[in-house]
Design a binder for this molecule. Structure first.
Ligand code: PLP
Length: 467
């Protein structure tokens, strides 16, 4: 139900006061604030399961888990109660020189869940801090073991790894880096695994494409000088650009390349951990062993902020004796309430077998989204688990994409607000080629897939008539 401006009720007055305050005082992230000069700013006031509700009571299917976060869905009172209990018991104490029970329990539980010898957990409050920490650890680790020249980091084109200065230097999106240059030196780019846009000489052969993309990392290491390269940062499925899964054998090859040159492999799982791909960690799905996993988002399903990195025993070794110290930390990292929330979140995962739900339903999710390929504007549907990108094209046969101007009109001028108006939270993004991204809560089933498909079908059909 939409409130009627000018009816003079108390609720209407409160709504307009909230809008006015939002427009006057709140600064939204990565948002053109001017787009709300005339339009109402969406205000989400509550959530329940896979749905959220705005200030007018209108319901939306949360097809993006907020921002790839709300794995267990919204409104879980048992998680809220765990947070309240922890606040009463110990609201805060730092992880600087002290431990607290929830951080210990969570570190142990994550080490048990993580692959291989990833047994040491360093908490942060966000994904950017996790990525920043991983780079800092790599640099200090190599200094500690007598390889002080290793500082460079390799990552993929268009990949997003966060916004703090270090994480931004690893990020491969030129447009969001430019205003902040010069960034810390050492970021090196290699091609991503977008098979839909593969170079012609490997465009018909996924295996060959994967080998080529992995070997590009080898070539980059050699070009830079292996003695100067510290780490390769890769997501299991690259988010930015619209969900690029790894070709078969890609990570196996990357692992070999990293071992050949003594370079660390960091699996940035800020999105891909905690069930997004049907496993606790994305690296488990594709069968590779990283030296560090970075995580955030689904670790708490957003009931409190928490991120971190899980490192191998070997990386901890130089810091385990004498005066050696990893010279890094943040005040709120491993906050007791966030750790209690993360433990309660994992309890829900286990009790409701959410990994099993994703594995049982992911094929149906894919099949439902693939129905959209009968629309002329849908060029590609790609992803894994509960993590999909739909690439929009001007010409399916040639895969011609939209001009910047068309993309601006299509995504910002039409799709993003029309999809929301139609009741679907998802993401429209043209930082690579134009895509719509979906990453629903892991509790979703066929009825939610159908709801997403139906909304997308009608809005995309309408979009095509406006091009
Ligand atoms: C792969 C990856 N790394 C790092 C980040 C940064 O995380 P945060 O926004 O929590 O700082 C993100 C955020 O989306 C991400 O997707």
């Amino acid at each position: 139900m939409t409130s009627q401006p000018g009816t003079g009720t108390d609720a209407d007055a409160a709504d307009s006061a909230m809008q006015a305050a939002a427009k006057r005082n709140l600064w939204l992230h990565f948002t053109r604030m001017s787009s709300y000069d005339k339009a109402e700013m969406p205000v989400i006031v509550r959530g329940s399961g896979p749905y959220v509700y705005d200030q007018h009571g209108k319901r939306y299917l949360d097809g993006l888990s907020g921002l790839f976060v709300s794995a267990i869905g919204h409104g879980r009172t048992e998680v809220a109660e765990a947070a309240a209990r922890q606040m009463s018991e110990l609201a805060y104490f730092p992880l600087w020189s002290y431990a607290h029970p929830r951080a210990i329990e969570l570190a142990q539980r994550l080490a048990d869940l993580a692959p291989g010898d990833l047994n040491r957990v360093f908490f942060t409050t966000s994904g950017s801090e996790a990525v920043e920490s991983a780079w800092k650890l790599a640099k200090q680790y190599f200094k500690a073991i007598g390889q002080p020249d290793r500082y460079k980091v390799i990552s993929r084109e268009i990949a997003y790894h966060g916004t703090s200065m270090g994480a931004l230097a690893i990020t491969g999106l030129a447009s969001i880096k430019a205003p902040f240059e010069p960034l810390p030196p050492g970021g090196v780019r290699v091609p991503n695994t977008n098979f839909y846009r593969a170079p012609e000489f490997v465009a018909d052969d996924l295996d060959a494409f994967g080998r080529w993309a992995a070997d590009e990392i080898d070539r980059a290491i050699v070009r830079e000088g292996p003695e100067s390269v510290a780490a390769v940062f890769l997501e299991p499925v690259q988010n930015s650009g619209g969900c690029f899964p790894p070709p078969p054998g890609y990570f196996e090859q990357v692992r070999k390349i990293c071992d050949k040159y003594g370079v660390l492999l960091v699996s940035d799982e800020v999105i891909c951990a905690f069930g997004r791909l049907g496993y606790y960690f994305g690296s488990q799905r594709y069968g590779y062993q990283p030296d560090i996993i970075t995580f955030a988002k689904g670790a708490t399903s957003g009931y409190a902020p928490l991120g971190g990195m899980i490192t191998s025993d070997a990386l901890m070794e130089p810091f385990s004796e004498g005066t050696a110290t990893f010279l890094h930390g943040v005040t709120f990292a491993g906050h007791p309430v966030s750790c209690a929330v993360a433990l309660a979140n994992l309890d829900v995962f286990e009790k409701e077998d959410l990994l099993g739900n994703v594995r049982a339903n992911e094929a149906a999710f894919r099949a439902t989204l693939e129905k959209l390929t009968d629309l002329p504007i849908v060029g590609d549907v790609r992803g894994d688990g509960y993590f999909y990108g739909i690439e929009l094209v001007k010409d399916k046969a040639t895969r011609e994409t939209f001009t910047d101007d068309e993309s601006e009109r299509l995504l910002r001028g039409f799709l993003s607000h029309t999809l929301l108006d139609a009741g679907l939270v998802c993401r429209t993004d043209d930082r690579g080629d134009p895509v719509i991204q979906l990453a629903p809560p892991l509790i979703c089933t066929q009825e939610h897939f159908d709801e997403m498909e139906q909304i997308l079908r009608s809005v995309l059909a309408e979009a095509w008539t406006r091009i």
